[in-house]
Design a binder for this molecule. Structure first.
Ligand SMILES: CCCCCCC[C@H](O)CC(=O)SCCNC(=O)CCNC(=O)[C@H](O)C(C)(C)COP(=O)([O-])OP(=O)([O-])OC[C@H]1O[C@@H](n2cnc3c(N)ncnc32)[C@H](O)[C@@H]1OP(=O)([O-])[O-]
Length: 726
């Protein structure tokens, strides 16, 4: 609702009230409208002030309302026009946040006063929409087209200080914003309101508007990766430059409705709520966020300053957590220190642009050492050495002797067994997996893996740490590759099989990039380094010296195996780092992938050697075999209770593996395709490739199809757990 009161003699106060973020539900809008009419009707009221309850203006329209059949209730646009038309000055007091429809309400007001810590923005684009309550028409009139386009097409939140520079707010205050706004309202009583009504203002002209808009469109399209909303946001702002306000509003509404019914908005809104849902973690034995409190992390340590360790240290420093960074010797320490300092300097520069500072020269906040004993008083250690079980166990054994009893011991591993690492310590309940993604100071995902003995407090602390690092922590069970990499194995395997059978790396990558992945599987292997997987396969005895003599080249344990990635590594083709992999690059460390005739020739010879009959493989088969095998593994993961729900898998894929967010994550995508279709296709492909387990339909998928293809929200109610992992 919205509460109506008198703030001072002549000023009526309308306070938006809908905890926790004052979303503009139908009830709130109705109350806002009632408040405005009441103020208008009361001759003793000379000005109106609109603010939000609980130090927050408003997070905008109630997102859940967009999927509700009753969404056509009190429309926001006309209420904003009502505010603007008021003959009494209306002042917005912006505290905390004014986002989406919340900012549109503020733009309807004649004046805006913001607290210095407030943030504003139009995040609609991130949930597949556009500002649909006249925001695309008012904002360019207020701050000009370039700044408005930037805010509307990116959805970024801007701090109050930037908003003041842009002219989005009239004043920024450090004191009580509501009181300041009431004082302000009193001052402006009687002043002419015409110039303050944004719908009456012309859009500021640019000398080269047409050229500016065509360049901007190219940029928007390039960044959209197949997502519709940014381009339609652009079209709505463009309409403001070409048409009178009322026509622009009509265009905005039309574009809004296209987006609302596009399917992408549904996927993006699912992703928004999925991200929040996974914070409410549970484990199969009943531990959960509700009954567990995290321990405070006042000081942390990172062991190993390779690529991952450097990023993790940077993340911790940015989160204001004092860090001790440890390396095995002075030479590695100095290399690591230099790299970390460089990263931090770059981050500090970025933060300065947003008027924030980063303190990393103070040894009390960041200390480098080769001495394990320095770790005696830290609350949490993140080990980030390379993937070698013996080395990790040696480190954990040492840590359990040196660290104080309450300290949590985290391992940054992408596949290794958490229980085995924990077994090297005297405190397995405090050992937990924290799988960061590279670059660790940029990527949002943190896979949090509990082992057999991990305590709920350790899980809650890792989740809290993820939050402090501004990451999305997803709690999952312990199995080889956990969730993300486990689902990735069959996907990459299919990609390689397709190339064996006649496709090319560039064709496979193209199909998956057209689907919306930022980067296809072969480009991704080249970027990550082919040697990483090679080392792991050698460790598993799948290739290299430990492979028993007489093992068929294309078979392991009775299943199909492709030695192609191993052969590339034997030819020193490790990807970008060596300038050659599945593609060729301009030099070692180069980034521009070009198709490589050597590789095509090599593939032709390989197929001849192994008597593989080449065939044409169409885009549909490429897409289905790669994606459906990944999804299939997801169903097994759900059946085993490794993840608490499909949302977890989707959040992992969106935030860690470049899955196109506008397709809502692999399991959401599966639900939109329909499980019967996925099952039928998997059956078809597994009949053609009976020696590929990844294509054999998951029993859980079959069960869901047999139960009538229930909606995603209901899947887990059909899961009879096959193995309890905690
Ligand atoms: C003709 C057509 C007319 C159409 C008119 C269109 C109008 C307009 O242009 C469209 C919009 O405004 S679109 C909207 C544009 N606005 C946006 O896209 C803003 C989206 N929101 C955010 O970005 C973040 O939530 C905040 C930064 C607000 C707070 O972050 P934080 O402090 O980390 O907190 P947190 O954990 O994130 O949230 C706490 C709880 O609040 C919940 N919730 C939040 N916003 C909600 C909403 N709008 N709604 C409902 N619920 C919302 C959230 O789910 C969570 O619930 P839980 O049950 O406790 O899990």
């Amino acid at each position: 609702m919205a509460q109506y009161a008198r703030g001072a003699a002549a000023v009526a106060v309308i306070r938006l009230h809908n905890p926790p973020v004052n979303a503009l539900s139908l009830t709130v809008l109705q109350a806002l409208e009632d408040g405005l009419k009441r103020a208008d009707a009361d001759p003793s009221v000379k000005a109106v002030m609109i603010c939000g309850e609980n130090g927050k203006f408003s997070a905008g329209a109630d997102i859940r309302g967009f999927s509700s059949p009753k969404r056509h209730g009190v429309p926001l646009g006309p209420i904003i026009s009502l505010i603007e038309r008021s003959e009494k000055p209306v002042v917005a007091a912006i505290e905390g946040i004014a986002l989406g429809g919340g900012l549109e309400v503020a733009l309807g007001c004649h004046y805006r006063i913001a607290h210095v810590k407030a943030h504003m923005g139009f995040p609609e684009v991130t949930i597949g929409l556009l500002p649909g309550a006249e925001g695309t028409q008012r904002l360019p009139r207020l701050i000009g087209v370039p700044a408005a386009l930037d805010i509307i097409t990116t959805g970024r939140h801007i701090p109050a200080t930037e908003a003041l520079k842009l002219g989005l707010v009239d004043e920024v205050v450090e004191e009580n914003t509501v009181e300041a706004a009431i004082r302000f309202a009193n001052k402006v009583i009687g002043q002419p309101l015409g110039p303050r009504r944004l719908s009456l203002k012309p859009v500021p002209k640019l000398p080269n508007m047409e050229a500016f808009l065509s360049e901007a469109l190219v940029k928007v399209k390039k960044q959209a990766h197949g997502c519709l909303a940014p381009e339609l946001c652009f079209q709505a702002v463009k309409a403001a430059t070409e048409q009178p306000f009322a026509d622009g509003v009509r265009k905005e509404r039309e574009l809004f409705n296209i987006l609302l019914t596009s399917g992408q908005a549904q996927a993006l809104q699912y992703a928004f709520f999925a991200e929040r849902e996974v914070q409410k973690w549970t484990t199969p034995n009943g531990a959960s966020w509700k009954s567990t409190s995290p321990q405070p992390i006042r000081k942390a340590a990172v062991i190993g300053l390779g690529t991952m360790g450097r990023g993790i240290v940077t993340s911790l420093v940015k989160a204001n957590i004092p860090v001790v960074a440890l390396e095995q010797n002075v030479e590695y320490l100095n290399m690591g220190r230099k790299a970390v300092m460089l990263l931090l300097e770059r981050e500090a520069m970025k933060m300065e642009q947003g008027a924030q500072t980063l303190d990393f020269h103070n040894p009390a906040r960041l200390q480098f050492t080769v001495d394990f004993d320095v770790l005696h008083d830290v609350d949490l250690v993140i080990e980030a050495v390379f993937e070698n079980m013996a080395l990790k166990k040696e480190i954990f054994h040492k840590l359990s002797r040196i660290c104080k009893p309450g300290a949590f011991l985290c391992t940054n591993t992408s596949a290794l067994n958490i229980d085995e690492i924990a077994s090297a310590t005297s405190r397995p309940h405090q050992v937990i997996g924290t799988h960061f993604f590279s670059p660790a100071h940029v990527m949002r995902l943190l896979e949090i893996i509990y082992g057999h003995h991990t305590s709920p407090t350790a899980i809650a602390t890792a989740v809290q740490l993820a939050k402090a690092l501004k990451k999305v922590g997803v709690v999952v069970g312990n199995c080889f590759g956990f969730v993300g990499n486990r689902m990735m194995f069959p996907y990459v395997q299919q990609a390689v099989f397709l190339v064996e059978e006649g496709s090319r790396p560039e064709a496979v990558d193209q199909v998956l990039e057209d689907f919306g992945f930022k980067i296809g599987p072969f480009r991704m292997s080249d970027l990550a380094g082919l040697d990483v997987g090679w080392r792991s396969r050698k460790g598993q005895g799948l290739t290299g010296a430990s492979l028993p003599p007489g093992t068929p080249a294309r078979q392991r344990h009775g299943h199909r195996y492709s030695p192609l990635p191993d052969l590339l590594c034997e030819n020193s083709r490790f990807g970008q780092k060596t300038g050659k992999g599945w593609y060729q690059y301009e030099k070692a460390g180069g980034r521009t992938a070009k198709p490589d005739p050597w590789l095509h020739n090599f593939l032709a010879q390989y197929r001849d050697t192994h008597h593989i009959k080449t065939r044409f493989i169409d885009q549909e088969e490429i897409l289905e075999r790669c994606l459906f095998s990944l999804i299939n593994e997801g169903f097994d993961i759900l059946a085993e209770g490794i993840a608490a729900g499909p949302e977890h898998l989707d959040v992992i894929y969106i935030n860690g593996y470049g899955w196109p967010k506008h397709r809502g994550g692999p399991m959401f995508y599966a639900s939109t395709i329909g499980l019967p279709r996925i099952l039928a296709k998997l059956q078809k492909y597994s009949e053609a490739h009976p020696d590929v387990p990844g294509l054999q339909p998951s029993a859980f998928l079959k069960k869901l199809v047999a139960m009538g293809n229930p909606p995603l929200k209901e899947w887990m109610s059909y899961q009879s757990r096959q193995s309890n992992k905690l």
